[in-house]
Design a protein around this ligand. Structure first.
Ligand code: SF4
Length: 218
């Protein structure tokens, strides 16, 4: 099996053809909506988030209005996404910080973004990659599982995975690579029963060629 650096571009090319339009599945119309949607997406599905955000953004269309919202009102709007008390608290506090520190806008830096309540590196990278076209390795559970199976990293900590993958690829490919790997994790490289037989990467995948007896979970 070739080294990760020589396989990763082949993997990228194959997945790019398979997933030609790998946009985030979250619905948004502006940076504020993407930022709030990403915070709400913790521990739930994008579909669940997309179900609540039309109502949320109708009531609170921007940072100014959300910063003044009552906690209970926001809780009711985001309840079905789970952890709704903490999420409501985080998005109101984030909106206040946007208003107080950033003039109501979503900042374009990793440090500023990760200072917002409820925003970790993964969420910040989603915003940086999709809104600001910055190189962003977006490490979620799908991404972690797939890149580890593909032998592109052995790391387990998201931040270490992010750094190791970033070193293997030119920056201009980071965001799109993240998205095609994410799509592949939802499509074929599933957590419990990956569809290796129909996977276009199986000749490049050490996990498949070694045929492990135990399925690697997320
Ligand atoms: S061959 Fe199997 S384990 Fe490897 S990337 Fe494809 S689906 Fe995932």
């Amino acid at each position: 099996m070739e080294y990760p650096r020589s396989r990763i571009l082949k993997i990228y090319d194959i997945l790019n053809k398979r997933y030609p339009d790998p946009r985030t599945l979250l619905h948004f119309r502006n940076p504020f909506e993407l930022l709030i949607s990403v915070i709400l997406s913790a521990q739930t599905t994008d579909r669940q988030v997309n179900e609540v955000t039309p109502g949320l953004f109708e009531a609170y269309p921007d940072a100014a209005s959300l910063s003044r919202a009552e906690q209970e009102s926001v809780e009711n709007l985001v309840r079905s996404t789970g952890f709704y008390r903490q999420k409501a608290k985080n998005i109101i506090a984030t909106a206040r910080q946007l208003e107080d520190v950033h003039g109501g806008a979503v900042p374009a830096g990793m440090d500023e973004l990760t200072r917002l309540p409820g925003v970790g590196r993964k969420s910040a990278n989603v915003v940086l990659g999709h809104i600001y076209n910055r190189p962003a390795v977006i490490v979620d559970t799908h991404f972690s599982r797939v890149v580890r199976r593909l032998g592109l990293t052995q790391a387990e900590q998201p931040e270490k995975i992010e750094k190791e993958i970033a070193l293997l690829l030119a920056p201009e490919f980071h965001t799109r690579f993240s998205m095609v790997i994410n799509y592949h994790g939802r499509d074929l490289c599933l957590a419990r029963r990956p569809k290796c037989g129909e996977c276009p990467l199986n000749t490049l995948c050490p996990w498949y060629s070694e045929k492990p007896a135990v399925v690697l979970r997320e």
